[in-house]
Design a protein. Structure first.
Length: 327
């Protein structure tokens, strides 16, 4: 109904994303940016009145984000078995970036679209957001559509967007139970926005991919509590596992099974021993050795003549060994 009201042409729905365009089906050269902006404002207002789950009203309402961009596109019907109509070009990709970098219940547009909007509807409020890092485009100046008031200037120490979900995840994983940890950048902003909110410096924390970062505990006052050395790591892992201290070294030694030492020679590993001391070339026997896995009481050595192999015996042949082992 909203698309028909503002004469917006629906191109396609990809997952949970809805894609529309103006000045394509009809001649809207003088009002295309105004139409798509008013459509976006009405869409955000309509979505905020739709329940997420009608059986559970406490789940809340839908929240959408919108991105706008103006520029040339290429349209065509693609496919032979399942043909469909689609739009292609850099304008489509930039509009998608504007949507993905927008925020909930807000409409973000590029600098190009903002200039056209200011010409087609000077009464439509626009607020400059600033430079935003766009993948494949670098830093782009963007605007909030439908919002008025002075521009919020980000402080120099936090030139990036105010919310960084990747960095916030590190703060959460390195926090402790029933406590709130924030970065140094967030602490400075908190001190400016609410000087009465207590903050306590935790110190330097090793953050993966960031190095050592100074963090603060939110909502806590007083001197810093130094964790004892015997329990430097948290005992509870938020992944769901209970982290227990490692067992004592003495217990490991007591529970270790007693095994006989491993043989040092390859022939002993097969269960036989060959003596190579040449005192007599008349005798040739093979003595089976005890299994190294079964401990046995040492036998006293007796004075026996050293047993040797004949000169014609091939040590590489394993047939005599296999015959002796099968006996």
């Amino acid at each position: 109904a909203l698309a028909t009201k503002h004469e917006v042409f629906k191109v396609e729905t990809i997952g949970d994303a809805w894609m529309g365009v103006t000045n394509l089906e009809n001649d809207q050269n003088e009002t295309h940016a105004k139409r798509i902006a008013l459509f976006a404002i009405d869409a955000v207002a309509a979505a905020s009145k739709v329940l997420i789950d009608e059986d559970d009203p406490e789940a809340g309402f839908l929240h959408i984000r919108v991105g706008l961009h103006s520029g040339p596109v290429v349209s065509n019907v693609i496919g032979s078995l399942n043909p469909r109509y689609g739009l292609f070009g850099d304008t489509v990709n930039t509009a998608s970036r504007m949507e993905s970098l927008s925020l909930s219940d807000r409409i973000q547009c590029s600098d190009t679209a903002a200039k056209i909007l200011a010409e087609q509807d000077p009464t439509l409020p626009l607020r400059k957001r600033g430079k935003v890092a766009v993948k494949g485009k670098g830093n782009m100046i963007t605007y909030w559509v439908g919002e008025s008031g002075p521009r919020l200037v980000a402080p120099k120490f936090n030139a990036q967007p105010m919310v960084n979900f990747a960095g916030a995840s590190r703060m959460e994983s390195l926090s402790l139970s029933d406590r709130i940890q924030c970065s140094d950048a967030a602490a400075k902003i908190l001190a400016e926005q609410d000087p009465t909110l207590p903050l306590r410096k935790r110190g330097k924390v090793a953050v993966k991919g960031k190095g050592n970062m100074i963090t603060y505990w939110v909502g806590e006052s007083g001197p810093r509590l130094v964790a004892p050395r015997s329990n430097a790591q948290p005992m509870v892992n938020f992944a769901g596992d209970i982290v227990s201290p490692p067992p004592m070294r003495l217990e490991k030694q007591q529970n270790r099974p007693v095994t006989s030492p491993r043989p040092k020679h390859g022939l002993q590993a097969m269960g036989f021993h060959v003596s190579r001391k040449h005192e007599s070339k008349e005798e040739q026997t093979l003595e089976p050795q005890p299994d190294p896995a079964k401990p046995s009481t040492p036998q006293p050595r007796t004075s026996k003549p050293n047993q040797i192999l004949p000169d014609s015996y091939d040590l590489s042949s394993r047939v005599p060994f296999e015959k002796s082992m099968s006996q």
